[in-house]
Design a binder for this molecule. Sequence first.
Ligand SMILES: *[C@@H]1O[C@H](CO)[C@@H](O)[C@H](O)[C@H]1NC(C)=O
Ligand SMILES: *[C@@H]1O[C@H](CO)[C@@H](O)[C@H](O)[C@H]1NC(C)=O
Ligand SMILES: *[C@@H]1O[C@H](CO)[C@@H](O)[C@H](O)[C@H]1NC(C)=O
Ligand SMILES: *[C@@H]1O[C@H](CO)[C@@H](O)[C@H](O)[C@H]1NC(C)=O
Ligand SMILES: *[C@@H]1O[C@H](CO)[C@@H](O)[C@H](O)[C@H]1NC(C)=O
Ligand SMILES: *[C@@H]1O[C@H](CO)[C@@H](O)[C@H](O)[C@H]1NC(C)=O
Ligand SMILES: *[C@@H]1O[C@H](CO)[C@@H](O)[C@H](O)[C@H]1NC(C)=O
Ligand SMILES: *[C@@H]1O[C@H](CO)[C@@H](O)[C@H](O)[C@H]1NC(C)=O
Ligand SMILES: *[C@@H]1O[C@H](CO)[C@@H](O)[C@H](O)[C@H]1NC(C)=O
Length: 634
Amino acid sequence: MIHSLMISKPIQLLLLCTFALFSDVVFADPPYNICSTSISYAKDSSFENNLTNLLSSLSSNASISKFYNTSNGIGPDRVYGLYMCLDYITNESCKTCITTATEDIVKLCPLATEAVVWEEFCLLRYSNSNFIGSLNVTGNIGLDNKQNLSEPEKFESAVNQTISNLTKVASFGVSANMYATGEVPFEDETIYALVQCTRDLIASDCSRCLQSAIGDIPGCCYASIGGRVLSRSCYLRYEFYAFYHGATGPTNSTTGKKESKNNSSKLWMITGIIVVVGLVIVFVIFGLYLVGIKRKRQSKNGIDNHQISLGSLRVATNNFSDLNKLGQGGFGPVYKGKLRDGQEVAIKRLSTCSEQGSEEFINEVLLIMQLQHKNLVKLLGFCVDGEEKLLVYEFLPNGSLDVVLFDPKQRERLDWTKRLDIINGIARGILYLHEDSRLKIIHRDLKASNVLLDYDMNPKISDFGMARIFAGSEGEANTATIVGTYGYMAPEYAMEGLYSIKSDVFGFGVLLLEIITGKRNAGFYHSNKTPSLLSYAWHLWNEGKGLELIDPMSVDSCPGDEFLRYMHIGLLCVQEDAYDRPTMSSVVLMLKNESATLGQPERPPFSLGRFNANEPDCQDCSLNFLTLSDIVPQ
Ligand SMILES: *[C@@H]1O[C@H](CO)[C@@H](O)[C@H](O)[C@H]1NC(C)=O
Ligand SMILES: *[C@@H]1O[C@H](CO)[C@@H](O)[C@H](O)[C@H]1NC(C)=O
Ligand SMILES: *[C@@H]1O[C@H](CO)[C@@H](O)[C@H](O)[C@H]1NC(C)=O
Ligand SMILES: *[C@@H]1O[C@H](CO)[C@@H](O)[C@H](O)[C@H]1NC(C)=O
Ligand SMILES: *[C@@H]1O[C@H](CO)[C@@H](O)[C@H](O)[C@H]1NC(C)=O
Ligand SMILES: *[C@@H]1O[C@H](CO)[C@@H](O)[C@H](O)[C@H]1NC(C)=O
Ligand SMILES: *[C@@H]1O[C@H](CO)[C@@H](O)[C@H](O)[C@H]1NC(C)=O
Ligand SMILES: *[C@@H]1O[C@H](CO)[C@@H](O)[C@H](O)[C@H]1NC(C)=O
Ligand SMILES: *[C@@H]1O[C@H](CO)[C@@H](O)[C@H](O)[C@H]1NC(C)=O
């Protein structure tokens, strides 16, 4: 962006940009500070000792985190502190910045019981009273860029809008960092803006802090092409150049600028032009370099973008209140939640049975997150915090298929066409898992309760990839413990613990037959000869009486031949021998192509294993989850 902007402009603009690039020089140099002058602490007191310890623990944390708050000491000698580094700087720069700040703060505010300093890229704050999490917007410092604009009104309104929009993102967005940047075209230029709050604030306070800072702009920065507002709990800045891309550490431009101030303007112009030409070249190279490293960094950024703090999930679910509980799945309870930006989500709080370390967990989650298909429930984010592991999914308002399908009243919503749409959607979702995604995933627990329905009753498969999330990538193809759901387990899996993609095809076949008949396979009993829906369907089929199974509720909308064709495909999927069952890609073809000739289905398994009729419950979960779904690299 920088290079294209600069190259395309006439030399006057280049000079203007030079000013912008050197804007740090035009400002009084950092640090800026506020010190309480009312009370002071005594030299060599406990407070001083605790403050010293606090500052050193803050600066040691700065190498691993962009924000940290802590306190030190007890009683009246207790000191509270926090720091915040601008999110775009590196960990190393953050460490350097905070170390400088801890030195500056004691020099600038000697014996103050309360102080804040702002360095170029960070702020550090301490107090003898607990300010953490509370907002104080007094004493904001505004810094302008001392350039004149021709149409300040228009510019100010654009800046106001840009920063107001960013404020919403930083305060109520999904990201846990309370940080947002944005670029907005303005006439021939681009306004680059950044906002950030200290992460101890709640969303609404972050928003209030930034709004108050926006209110300070006209006072400090009217008609200036750039500005910053330093507040105790937030920061905003805007410029005509991308100051937040990769800029790290205190720049050496300060030195250069101070010298130039004393030179004659003519000499300055010449130097300026030379510098600009140099900078253009540097920026072009740097821009290309950034494009290069951006790709490499993407997976790391993935973590930041998708990690959601436990705090915000607690807020989202009323502290995991029972009222928010949607149900209890195999991996732990699921809650409905509302994120800061108003988005409704389903939050799965995994029971802490996973043997997996956080890093492995995150890696697996990021992999699973890449699986995107309209018939898969979207994994939006996750949280790892100590023992807690949570997965955040899109929320689907119509609940799960079993609730609709097996409820005599609700089933009326599913006419024949809708049922076909659901079957086709599920088939495409499974095909994607088996063959189209970068990972080959065997779901292993396909069932009506793992199919969720969106607003338009489109199906989305849930709980895929859970074995990987729970156990890492080395899931075994043959496990001692068998956990599936009674009624859906393929015989080779139920009896011998063997599974393959064909076991999922079996689960799909059961689901298909359930959907077209409106009857549950588990618990279906017709006679000793036909103890399951599968065997009953197969017998009727062979006697030419398949239509007896038509769901009376869909009979009006259901053409008999179509019903029989779907039944036929279902029976092909539930054949006893895994080898005889079609792959999902042939299933999808059969569903699509009405004129395809279908083979004669062999017998389905006579009865299904009767173990583990219920969902596993987490008291004895241990490694059982390993068996629920599995993935092997493709
Ligand atoms: C606070 O200072 C007192 C007195 O120097 C010291 O005894 C105490 O250990 C300090 N507290 C902490 C947590 O460092
Ligand atoms: C961060 O600070 C805490 C004290 O508040 C300390 O226990 C911890 O070791 C620090 N972390 C690092 C990496 O220094
Ligand atoms: C750098 O900081 C991020 C958080 O911003 C942290 O996750 C990461 O572990 C840190 N890297 C190192 C090498 O400490
Ligand atoms: C940071 O502040 C929060 C809110 O006051 C508090 O719960 C948490 O313990 C603090 N963190 C540390 C390390 O003191
Ligand atoms: C904000 O901080 C200033 C300076 O420490 C203090 O005088 C003022 O009372 C504080 N205001 C609020 C609302 O806490
Ligand atoms: C900027 O504008 C102010 C008044 O708005 C004027 O006094 C000043 O001379 C201008 N400075 C430059 C460099 O044009
Ligand atoms: C701010 O957001 C509103 C609504 O989303 C949008 O219409 C407007 O264009 C945005 N303005 C800027 C400057 O980003
Ligand atoms: C920014 O815009 C809002 C309305 O969008 C307005 O209420 C506020 O006064 C404006 N602030 C400034 C500093 O212009
Ligand atoms: C910046 O200046 C410092 C000394 O002030 C020097 O040590 C350092 O090498 C300079 N960095 C660059 C990139 O020129």
